[in-house]
Design a protein around this ligand. Structure first.
Ligand code: CP
Length: 316
């Protein structure tokens, strides 16, 4: 039986694994085809809504040759009081890879106790690791490499931003400029960890709570203001967020940049339609890359990569 692996946080990946997943995702995106999961069963448990991630992992599993089981939020005996530990013990005897979306990150990690079943964090309140992998794949495809890219992240310091902090700072020479509303920044634990990662790879990360003196960047990135499964602790949050809308005036201050958004979007809130639907936007390519990098993540978690030394651009 292959040794299944878990992707709960990007911090779980060493540099070789991170690089392999991004390069393998780019290979799938360029038309590469393989069915390494043809003997495997992939299960999806989504306790929150999803369009892109759920479809990417469902379609991705099928394209890799796996068979699929999907559970919605009301399907398992978890709802009648069975523990997560017992559920994990049962599923791991029948399923090869489990993809879980739950606001509760501890619950997601609790599924990842056995090497019989690989577990993918498909988004918790704290971190959205598979989004960052899709984002890195998008940057790699668009610019030819991630190394040296300069990214301006504007908006809430949410789970997508946390994952981007842990992912981008692993690539040499990158810069991540976070501009987040006061009181809604990326959690200090993620920033501090990313600062250590950045130091090791000659990268840079900084967080500010204003929109003054925007740096020269290659990418402007935002996410919607109302993150799935979360609520805002202050009543005046819209007032705090308003200066952080990405509109044409912001893009004009970053004339060489492309625009990225993890979607879903609320046009008129975090981004204007002019920007999201404009010539600089690669947001829908980014959405497609969730499918390509999702296949790469499933393959890695299944343990069917043939070893980390195998060239990710080889067919199996
Ligand atoms: N970006 C993202 O995770 O989209 P979904 O919530 O639709 O999966």
């Amino acid at each position: 039986m292959p040794n299944r692996r878990h992707l709960i946080s990007l911090d779980d990946l060493d540099d070789d694994d991170l690089s392999w997943i991004v390069r393998r995702g780019a290979w799938y995106a360029s038309g590469g085809h393989a069915e390494p999961l043809r003997d495997d069963i992939v299960a999806l448990l989504f306790r929150n809504t999803s369009t892109r991630t759920r479809t990417a992992f469902s379609a991705g599993a099928l394209r890799l040759g796996a068979r699929l089981i999907t559970y919605g939020p009301d399907d398992l005996q978890l709802n009648t009081g069975e523990t997560t530990g017992d559920t994990a013990a049962v599923l791991s005897r029948m399923v090869d890879v489990l993809v879980v979306r739950s606001a509760n990150g501890e619950e997601v990690r609790e599924y990842a106790t056995s090497s019989r079943m690989g577990v993918v964090n498909a988004m918790s309140a704290a971190e959205h690791p598979t989004q960052a992998l899709a984002d890195l794949t998008t940057m790699s495809r668009h610019f030819g490499a991630v190394d040296g890219l300069r990214v301006l992240y504007v908006g809430e310091g949410n789970n997508t931003a946390s994952a981007l902090c842990l992912g981008l700072t692993r690539f040499p020479g990158t810069e991540l400029h976070l501009r987040t509303p006061p009181g809604y920044g990326v959690a200090p634990s993620f920033v501090e960890r990313a600062e250590l990662l950045a130091k090791a790879s000659d990268a840079r990360i900084e967080q500010r709570h204003d929109m003054d003196d925007l740096p020269e960047v290659d990418v402007v990135y935002t996410t919607r203001w109302q993150t799935t499964g979360t609520t805002k602790p202050t009543a005046d949050w819209r007032v705090r967020f308003a200066p952080f809308q990405v509109n044409q005036a912001v893009m004009d201050r970053c004339p060489a940049a492309v625009f990225m958004h993890d979607l879903p979007a609320h046009r008129g809130e975090e981004v204007t339609a002019e920007v999201l639907d404009g010539p600089a936007s690669i947001a829908f390519d980014q959405a497609e890359n969730k499918f390509h990098s999702g296949r790469s993540v499933l393959e890695w978690c299944s343990g069917r990569t043939g070893g980390k030394d195998l060239d990710p651009c080889l067919t199996r």
